[in-house]
Design a protein around this ligand. Structure first.
Ligand SMILES: [Zn+2]
Length: 395
């Protein structure tokens, strides 16, 4: 009662009320100097996920690196040396939408992990690297700090904040990170004949969709003297946002348009639908290996890849129960998985796409990026997947 009276008194007197309680996610990076074992080729960085606000928060558990310090399952960090970005060679793990667990942090609580950068990024020796957390890691206020607390999906997602650190790689980068246990021989994890048939059909469907997406996108850009016009359709807007001035190729927006078109083209090259120009043409291979050193949970995973091991897609049992092609009722699909995974690889055409946003809500997150950060949409595997499928059958 006393509190109520005090509040009323404050309101009557026109006092400002204290700010509404809210959670805040800060991710603090620091070099793990004591454990930088240059002789063993490791480059260790500590990450602390801390709720510095005064309400519990929740976010996808997949944002938190594995406890064993092994390969990342998500390209969490930006690792740059000067202007060059270190290739990601951790894993991209695709889970069934909505199947992921959530991490919950009460006010003041934190989670700490150590990441060996040399396991997940192509690190050269004796170089200075600038490390930061990648954009679009978002969290929400949770209803309570109980693990059972209802997912606060209506709450507004807010961006995490982070710092940037500079590290020197020492003797790291002896090539130890490449072609390790996760680039398994497909012969060791054969698929059954029925599974192979199902995968082959998905690859054919994905190839057709990738070529249609290239042709469709080209058809939107028309030349009529004195310049180009762009037909800004609902489909393009939904997954890739506003095209902007089609005659200004060198503006930031124009460069993004070029990147989107190029990624669509590369997907069609990798799926054998457009002639490529690399000395070694893409040879897609698939395994039914659903295990990868703790980073993959077979119960929730559809497929995973190591982007630096092109073009091997590792398929999990969940894949086989998905519909052939995604639609507005079912966003996960067999063809969509292939379109998504094939875009992740690094090769001479392009560095692979990433998985941005909350993997439990990939459709709404892809739309959010198209509207609010189309540079991210251009590089997000879910955007190329949903756009190529024309997931919601837009014109
Ligand atoms: Zn992915």
């Amino acid at each position: 009662m006393r509190t109520l009276l005090t509040l009323s008194a404050m309101l009557l007197l026109g006092f400002a009320l204290p700010a509404v309680a809210e959670g805040k996610l800060e991710i603090l990076l620091s070099q793990n100097a004591s454990k930088t074992e240059s002789e063993t080729g490791r480059l260790l960085v500590n990450l602390v996920f801390r709720n510095t606000g005064d309400r519990p928060i929740e976010f996808p558990s997949s944002y938190v690196p594995p406890e064993d310090g092994g390969k990342l399952g998500l390209n969490l960090l930006s690792v740059k040396s000067g202007n060059s970005i270190a290739d990601y060679q951790g894993l991209h793990v695709r889970n069934i939408s909505g199947s992921g667990s959530r991490a919950i942090l009460g006010p003041g609580e934190s989670l700490e992990r150590t990441v060996d950068l040399s396991q997940s990024y192509l690190i050269a020796p004796n170089r200075s690297y600038s490390i930061s957390v990648r954009p679009l890691l978002r969290f929400k206020d949770a209803i309570s700090a109980e693990p059972s607390s209802v997912r606060s999906s209506d709450a507004e997602a807010k961006a995490a904040t982070s710092n940037t650190i500079e590290v020197i790689s020492g003797a790291v980068g002896s090539g130890a990170g490449l072609h390790r246990a996760d680039t398994l021989d497909s012969a060791q994890h054969p698929c059954s004949q029925a599974q192979n048939d199902s995968i082959s059909e998905a690859i054919l469907n994905a190839g057709d969709l990738s070529l249609q997406a290239v042709k469709y996108t080209q058809s939107l850009l028309k030349y009529a003297s004195p310049g180009y016009t762009f037909d800004q359709t609902a489909r393009y807007t939904k997954w890739y946002g506003a095209y902007g001035d089609p005659n200004n190729f060198s503006s930031p927006n124009g460069m993004i348009n070029g990147r989107i078109a190029w990624r669509l083209n590369v997907n069609a090259i990798r799926l054998g639908k457009i002639q490529g120009k690399l000395p070694n043409p893409p040879v897609l291979s698939t395994t039914c290996n659903c295990e990868a050193s703790g980073a993959v949970n077979p119960a929730t995973t559809i497929a995973w890849v190591n982007p630096s091991a092109p073009y091997q897609i590792n398929i999990c049992p969940n894949f086989f129960s998905l519909p052939a092609i995604g639609n507005s009722m079912a966003s996960d699909s067999k063809a969509g998985t292939i379109l998504h995974e094939i875009s992740h690889f690094n090769d001479g055409y392009t560095a692979g796409t990433d998985d941005f946003g909350d993997p439990d809500q990939p459709v709404s997150e892809a739309k959010f990026m198209a509207a609010n950060g189309r540079d991210l949409a251009a590089d997000n595997a879910y955007n190329i997947e949903f756009y190529s499928e024309n997931l919601e059958a837009d014109q």
